[in-house]
Structures are given as structure tokens and as C-alpha cells.
Design a protein around this ligand. Structure first.
Ligand SMILES: C[S@@+](CC[C@H](N)C(=O)[O-])C[C@H]1O[C@@H](n2cnc3c(N)ncnc32)[C@H](O)[C@@H]1O
Length: 316
């Protein structure tokens, strides 16, 4: 790890797929510790330009230091579904590549005060952007039982969703949720010791997705990124769990399909054309050496695709 903030995953592969043009404009939607951004700047010329986004101000501040030697960049604290706004404001479009390295950085997990870890006794927070009102505690103390069930079932894929939601509601009638231990105790009571860590990881993932509206933002952002790409430009996405990977896979598949008419129609009526070429038939995974060096890379899946239709934005 360069400085302990975060070790980039599948770095070489991401840059290889992303960079089509040494003087292009590239967007790193999840700057984090700046590892991938640095690799992009090192693999391009000073005439290239990097736009780096992150919802977390600590990431933007840190990346500013890591990338200090490069004037050809713009870093902005913003959710990545707002990327069009940043590109239009800065006049940096259309772009040659957009990278996503989803999820959380090691810094976010390791900083107990951010509440991303179920270990220890941090606050129930998990907001990427601390300006946002609602953290995990507000959800646990405020959502009704049905909403809690939905979050834990859909975003955690936790099989004890019903009992966990029920016990959250029962416990908060006695005392509101404040910190990680309050919640891990409830989960422990329901699932027992044997698979406790797996269930805790799933419940924490569910809350994190809900707090940051991760799946809705990803869906919106992929569309926006595609729209801002030039013809021949690339999208590279590294995901860490099946829910986000499914969104990426379906997005790329849908954009890469031509005619979607039912087979019984004698001729095409839909006029749909393929807009994206998938470059990774199967997602790339880190090799054993990378997983040994960095255990947090073990669930990573990289998908890449190339835009094969012209940029059509109104402001070009
Ligand atoms: C895995 S880390 C990225 C690490 C980075 N590639 C590096 O090399 O250091 C993911 C980052 O994405 C940010 N993030 C997650 N969802 C986001 C969103 N919807 N909008 C903007 N940033 C987001 C997180 O704050 C976190 O810093």
C-alpha cells in the first residue's frame, strides 16, 4: 500500500482497458485514495485531463495530495450520478473513458468514526457525504418494519431479514440505536454465533446501500457516463458484490444488443442498434498473487465496454 489509505484493485487491467487515447479526458468516478487516478495520469501525457469525483471529502482531500504533481486534473466532491454537471461546467467533454471502482475504501472501513465497520463500537453512520442528513442510525430508528425488511432482504440478501427487522423495531422501543454494538447485538440474538460475521457483513452492506442510495445512483450514473463518452470511449467498472455487478452486467448487455423484437416477428420493428461493444466476455478477477497481497480485492469483478456510436450530447 502506498500510504495506507487504500490499495487500488486490478490497477493495471483497469488502466489497460480504459486508456484508448494518451491525450484524452478521463473520469475517475470513485477517486478514493487516488490510486487508479494516479495510474491514469502516469499512463497518459500532460495533454490528457483527469476529472476525479468522490462523495467523500476525505477522499478528495487525500487524492489532492497524491495527485499534487499533476496540474491536468479537476477533483470534485460530488456523487457520481452528477458527473454530467461537472463535465458540462468544466467544458471537459466528450470523454475518452470513465472508471468506477465501487464500494468503500480501506480508509473508510478502518476509520471507526465513519461507521462502515461492524467491528468495534463506531457510530451507526456510513454516509459517504457527511453533509447528508440521514445516516444508518436514522434509518434504524426511523424506518417502519416493512421498510427495514425490504432493505435487509434486498440489499443484504440476508435470510434472517424478517426476524432481524422485527427485533430492530422491538429494541428501539426500549432505546434508540446509536452505535455498532447496539445493532450487532440484535443480529447476534437472531442468528447466533456460528455465521454471525457473515450476517453482520450483509446487514451492514444493506444499510450502507440504503444510506447512500448506491444502486439507484449507479444505474443513473452508468447512463450519464455512456452519454458523455465519445465514440470509441471506454467504460470500466470494478464491482464487489453481486447486486452492483448485476446492474453493470445488465446495463452493458442491454446497450450491446441490437434488435430486441420477439423472434416471431417477420421483420425488425424496434430499430434498436447496438451502442456498446463488451470487451470482457467474462468479468476479470484478481489473480491469487493480488488476493494474497490485498485480501480486500478478493471479490472484485472488472467489466469493460466500448461505445460504438457517436457522442450525441447537445453541448459538444
Ligand atoms: C473502492 S474506493 C475507490 C478507491 C480508488 N479507486 C483508489 O484507487 O484509491 C470507492 C470510493 O468511491 C466512493 N463512492 C462510492 N459511491 C459513490 C458515489 N455514488 N458517488 C461518488 N463517490 C462514491 C467512496 O467514497 C470511496 O471513496
Amino acid at each position: 500500500m502506498k500510504d495506507g489509505f487504500h490499495r487500488p484493485v486490478l490497477e493495471e487491467q483497469a488502466v489497460q482497458y480504459l486508456i484508448v487515447h494518451p491525450e484524452g479526458i478521463y473520469v475517475d468516478c470513485t477517486v478514493g485514495g487516488g490510486g487508479h487516478s494516479l495510474a491514469i495520469l502516469q499512463s497518459t501525457t500532460p495533454r490528457a485531463f483527469l476529472v476525479g469525483l468522490d462523495a467523500d471529502p476525505e477522499a478528495i482531500e487525500h487524492a489532492g495530495q497524491v495527485l499534487a504533481a499533476y496540474p491536468n486534473k479537476l477533483l470534485r466532491q460530488i456523487f457520481y450520478d452528477q458527473l454530467e454537471l461537472v463535465l458540462y461546467e468544466s467544458g471537459r467533454y466528450p470523454v475518452s473513458g470513465v472508471l468506477y471502482d465501487l464500494g468503500i475504501s480501506s480508509h473508510q472501513i478502518d476509520e471507526t468514526r465513519r461507521g462502515f465497520s461492524f467491528q468495534g463500537d463506531g457510530p451507526l453512520d456510513m454516509r459517504f457525504d457527511p453533509r447528508q442528513q440521514q445516516g444508518a442510525a436514522e434509518i434504524l430508528n426511523g424506518y417502519d418494519r416493512k421498510e427495514l425488511e425490504r432493505v435487509i432482504r434486498e440489499y443484504g440478501e440476508e435470510r434472517h431479514w424478517r426476524a432481524i427487522a422485527r427485533d430492530i423495531v422491538a429494541r428501539r422501543q426500549l432505546q434508540p440505536f446509536h452505535n455498532a454494538r447496539d445493532l450487532s447485538e440484535v443480529v447476534r440474538q437472531v442468528v447466533g454465533e456460528r455465521f454471525l460475521n457473515k450476517s453482520l457483513a450483509r446487514v451492514w452492506q444493506a444499510l450502507r446501500i440504503e444510506v447512500n442510495q448506491e444502486l439507484a445512483r449507479l444505474t443513473r450514473s452508468l447512463e450519464a457516463a455512456f452519454a458523455m463518452l465519445e465514440q470509441g470511449g471506454r467504460m470500466v467498472v470494478i464491482s464487489y458484490h453481486s447486486l452492483e455487478d448485476r446492474i453493470v452486467k445488465n446495463f452493458m448487455r442491454e446497450k450491446s444488443r441490437d434488435c430486441i423484437c420477439p423472434p416471431e416477428l417477420p421483420a425488425c420493428m424496434c430499430d434498436k442498434v447496438s451502442e456498446l461493444k463488451i470487451l470482457t466476455r467474462k468479468p476479470l478477477q484478481p489473480d491469487a498473487a493480488e488476493v494474497r497481497r490485498n485480501s480486500r480485492s478478493r471479490s472484485a469483478r472488472l467489466r469493460a465496454a466500448e461505445k460504438i456510436v457517436p457522442y450525441q450530447g447537445g453541448k459538444a
